[in-house]
Design a protein. Structure first.
Length: 430
């Protein structure tokens, strides 16, 4: 059934039967030509190291090793150099350092990487970075700030010891609350806290208390994701947690409703499908900017009519750059229809956009191109449309989550699953 819905949605939105990424990476000359047509871009830097591997985690990560980390810094700097004349002086309007766990490299190369990025690119933005709660001592927080990171995200996951234990997180609820307080007291422009909900055995009462705690702690932003089960993770493989789709979906809907109520009452606004930001605070955001360049092992780049992905393994990534090769492993050229569908998906994910943004990007009126769909979505109560702007409603956000489960989680599973199995795959079919 899910396969059928996926097939139908893909055909409807892109006209394609499948999305096929292949080994044929864009050449240096092609990249030059692509960047010529780009005015501004975002940068994503991937740090694939973690001190432990969590059983639910789908990301490209491996255990930290100091020898690999040294080689990784050198390789990243080589990749940055590779792009220096391609990107040239174009303004970089967002810089996101994600992982894995970027703070594993806090004392071994992170400052060097950020320094090299500043030196090479025309950075006109703050830095947003992910962190692990166990790395947030007062000294480390000051160090993070001194590197120019103004927007910090903390992978908190839960505020109940029982759930932290089930997720194999190596801290207690009281310890992680202290880390949040410490981070807030360091005066970042934005402290975001990631939590997961609809965890096995989690009660509505617990999610209610977690929401209230986060408001009380005064986080600038909370990103709440339902626990997604990726088939290639240890937790995704256990059938006990996979079943009961309808029950699970009702539970998610109710829990999200509880969080929405608490955050709205606490003075927060929805700032993406998953996130609530304190009114007036700047958003912490991952890479949803329309065009971005991804650096590092597993870094993905989206440049208007092409998407490409670097090799996943840190050792393979290092080796490629040492050999003077590009680290790109898979790429796909995007048809105009795929670009439009992708653009719309991400703008709706950000919960609002101006109709003129679409006009500026694609040179046509959105109502002419998608008027029928927009009217249907408005009628279903998923979107609001005041003539100028399209805004996602809470009901729309829930269905976007459901869609994510069917579409993007499946795509990510196939793409990342393939890339994890084979660092240089022939192809990946989504
Ligand atoms: C890269 S991790 C966060 C930083 C750091 N590595 C850590 O674990 O503290 C990004 C976030 O994605 C979310 N996440 C990871 N796996 C997930 C899953 N299976 N379902 C939903 N959210 C997930 C978690 O909230 C996690 O904090
Ligand atoms: S959740 Fe964070 S610490 Fe755990 S494996 Fe994933 S990236 Fe690493």
């Amino acid at each position: 059934m899910e396969r059928l819905i996926r097939y139908f949605l893909l055909r409807l939105l892109t006209g394609e039967r499948e999305i096929r990424l292949t080994k044929a990476a864009p050449s240096r000359d092609q990249l030059h030509a692509k960047f010529k047509r780009i005015d501004t871009l975002g940068l994503y830097v991937h740090i694939p190291f973690c001190e432990q591997i969590c059983p639910y985690c789908p990301y490209n990560k491996e255990l930290y090793r100091s020898d690999l980390a040294d080689g990784y810094v050198k390789a990243l700097k080589r990749e940055i150099d590779f792009y220096s004349d391609i990107v040239a002086n174009k303004p970089v309007t967002s810089l996101y350092i994600g992982g894995g766990t970027p703070t594993t490299m806090l004392h071994c190369g992170l400052a060097d990487i950020i320094g090299h990025l500043r030196h090479t690119f025309n950075l006109q933005c703050d830095i947003h970075m992910e962190s692990h709660p166990n790395h947030l001592s007062a000294g480390n927080l000051s160090l993070i700030k001194s590197m120019g990171v103004q927007h910090l995200s903390i992978g908190v996951e839960a505020l109940v010891d029982r759930h932290l234990k089930n997720l194999c997180r190596p801290y207690t609820a009281s310890g992680v609350k202290e880390a949040i307080r410490r981070a807030i007291s360091h005066g970042f422009k934005c402290v975001n806290v990631d939590v997961m909900f609809a965890l096995p055995g989690q009660t509505y009462q617990e999610i209610e208390e977690t929401g209230h705690e986060l408001v009380k702690l005064g986080v600038d932003q909370a990103a709440a994701y339902p626990l997604f089960l990726f088939p290639y993770t240890p937790m995704g493989k256990t059938s006990a947690t996979r079943g009961h789709v309808i029950f699970q979906s009702l539970k998610r809907r109710r829990m999200l409703g509880i969080l929405e109520r608490i955050f709205y009452q606490g003075g927060y606004e929805r700032s993406s499908a998953w996130a609530f930001t304190r009114r007036g605070a700047p958003r912490y955001c991952s890479v949803t900017v329309p065009l971005y360049l991804g650096l590092g092992a597993g870094g993905g780049s989206y440049l208007r009519d092409v998407f490409y992905l670097n090799t996943f393994g840190a050792a393979e990534y290092i080796q490629a750059l040492e050999d003077g090769r590009m680290a790109i492993a898979l790429s796909v050229d995007l048809t105009e229809r795929m670009q439009r569908a992708g653009w719309l998906y991400w703008r709706i994910y950000e919960t609002r956009f101006r109709k003129t943004d679409y006009q500026d990007r694609f040179g046509e009126d959105i109502d002419k191109a998608y008027g029928g769909y927009l009217r249907l979505l408005r009628w279903l109560g998923f979107l609001k449309d005041d003539g100028q702007r399209i805004v996602l409603s809470d009901r729309g956000a829930f269905w976007l989550h459901a869609c994510e489960d069917i579409l993007s989680i499946d795509y990510i599973s196939k793409l990342w699953g393939t890339s994890r199995r084979d660092p240089w795959p022939e192809q990946a079919i989504l």
